[in-house]
Design a binder for this molecule. Structure first.
Ligand code: FAD
Length: 272
């Protein structure tokens, strides 16, 4: 079974120390890569570079930076990718990103497919590129069919694989994989797995990104929101069962949204 883990770049010294420890703990199961998120328009871009270089230099696991293009210029993307290439980084997660409110200049790229095409045109196949996939539809999409078609466009532009937005209904994943196969897409679609450890945070994220929390899960989480032990036990059972269902149907690669914590994802991975 293959695994990979996503981190966000820490901003404080304490956050950096914690992430070092988390990386060490997660390395024990030999993940394929550690990915690091990237904020639109400068918010965490320096911190992403710093975290990525630190992983690449000090860890046994390779780093895969996220790169969002909205608001960016081609020269800036090249400058960053040259730095990555110089330290032998050869994986990327290529995204459009979200435009922060009030920003007018969207830069040289409109959508992620343009970024994928640009990176492939500049670096050939140096970078293995993952893109984002949305089994429950991207929140800005007009409808499911156009969203699927736009996803297929990213693949046509050169994406080598995709990581999904998190979901708690295995059927949503299988339906998405079926539908895109019918569009002629055959790249690996790796499920993005979000451990459940915090009710308020999960509801807030899900509202923002369009991931659905099935009612039966939501009701239990509401019940356990002030009882962290029960919530964690329930969350572990739900997400482990989800992964088990995916595994029984042939999925053998899992990408964990670690939230810079090792224990929740490790427990799920070890159960598998
Ligand atoms: P796109 O694939 O460009 O799609 C965005 C929307 O535009 C979709 O609704 C799509 O249907 C539509 N669309 C696409 N092409 C066209 C077209 N030609 N014409 C009209 N409509 C079109 N965000 C960050 O800021 N930093 C990160 O590090 C980050 N990491 C992520 C990792 C994963 C695995 C996932 C799933 C998401 C991540 N995000 C991140 C969030 C992501 O940036 C947002 O979901 C963003 O709104 C869309 O990015 P995208 O790359 O999916 O965009």
């Amino acid at each position: 079974m293959k695994t990979s883990f996503e981190f966000f770049p820490p901003r404080t010294e304490k956050g950096k120390q914690t992430l070092h420890q988390v990386r060490q703990e997660l390395s024990s199961i030999n993940p394929e890569y550690f990915s690091v998120t990237f904020g639109a328009l400068g918010t965490t871009q320096e911190a992403t570079l710093e975290t990525v270089l630190d992983i690449q230099k000090n860890d046994t696991v390779v780093a895969a930076p996220h790169l969002s293009c909205i608001g960016s210029k081609k020269e800036i993307i090249i400058e960053l990718l040259d730095q990555y290439k110089a330290v032998n980084i050869n994986r990327l997660v290529a995204l459009r990103g979200d435009i922060p409110s009030g920003v007018r200049d969207i830069g040289d790229f409109h959508y992620a497919n343009e970024l994928v095409e640009f990176v492939k045109s500049q670096y050939n196949n140096h970078f293995h590129i993952e893109v984002a996939a949305y089994p429950e539809v991207h929140p800005e999409s007009k409808n499911r069919q156009t969203d699927l078609q736009h996803f297929a466009d990213k693949v046509k532009a050169g994406a080598d694989g995709a990581i999904t937005q998190y979901f708690y209904d295995a059927e949503a994943y299988f339906k998405f994989v079926d539908e895109i196969e019918k569009l002629g897409v055959s790249i690996p679609i790796i499920p993005g797995i979000m451990p459940i450890t915090n009710y308020t945070q999960l509801v807030r994220f899900s509202n923002m990104c369009g991931a659905k929390i099935p009612n039966w899960i939501l009701k239990k989480l509401e019940l356990y929101q002030d009882d962290l032990d029960s919530l964690s036990t329930f969350g572990l059972e739900v997400v482990t069962n989800l992964c088990q269902t995916l595994k029984e149907q042939g999925v053998n690669n899992f990408h964990f949204y670690s939230m810079n914590r090792s224990q929740p994802s490790l427990e799920i991975a070890k159960h598998l």
